[in-house]
Design a protein around this ligand. Structure first.
Ligand code: HEC
Length: 150
């Protein structure tokens, strides 16, 4: 009986620890402040995102050295469905790969062919790019709770 109690207590505390760990890593509550759409478009262009991307319904200049396939952003074909997924697609491209493309066209194994920009993209640029891309998806950008509405 004593043994059962010890095992049960151990199992319970392990569960509690696991639960706690998972909570700490939760993306719940994650929210970037509001960005600037124009600056986002500029950043998208000077970072040469359009080397590999088109945006549904947007005319972007073609780059001389562009190496298609182009992955379309926005529209109905893309994978991104939520705000969190949009941010993740930019800062952690291999997390989930875009759907609807031959896997070897968009990735090497499980690794996305999209470059990692995290070393040089500023947080402000990320915020602005998300703000720029967001309307092309049906993605709601969460607002600060203390935002003063006009
Ligand atoms: C060298 C090519 C290349 C460049 C440059 C590039 N990407 Fe990508 N991107 C990809 C590929 C390939 C995918 C599809 C695989 C994946 O989901 O990571 C992708 C996927 C995405 C997705 C997710 C699309 C979906 O529907 O899941 C977003 C959003 C995105 N890129 C944004 C950007 C932004 C913003 C930039 C510039 C800062 C950029 N990309 C630059 C190749 C590129």
């Amino acid at each position: 009986m004593k043994q059962i109690i010890v095992i049960a207590t151990l199992a319970a505390s392990l569960l509690a620890m696991g639960g706690c760990g998972a909570d700490r890593m939760s993306e719940k509550g994650f929210s970037l402040p509001e960005g600037d759409t124009e600056q986002g478009r500029d950043a998208f262009l000077y970072m040469h995102c359009h080397e590999c991307h088109t945006i549904a319904g947007v005319d972007l200049p073609r780059l001389e050295l562009a190496d298609p396939p182009y992955v379309e952003l926005g529209g109905t074909v893309s994978k991104v469905k939520t705000y969190g997924e949009l941010v993740t697609a930019i800062i952690n491209p291999s997390h989930t790969l875009a759907k609807g493309y031959p896997i070897d066209e968009i990735s090497n194994g499980e690794k996305s062919k999209m470059p990692i920009y995290n070393g040089f993209m500023t947080v402000q640029e990320l915020i602005d790019i998300v703000m720029f891309l967001q309307p092309y998806y049906d993605v709601f950008v969460p607002q600060y709770e203390y935002r003063a509405f006009p």
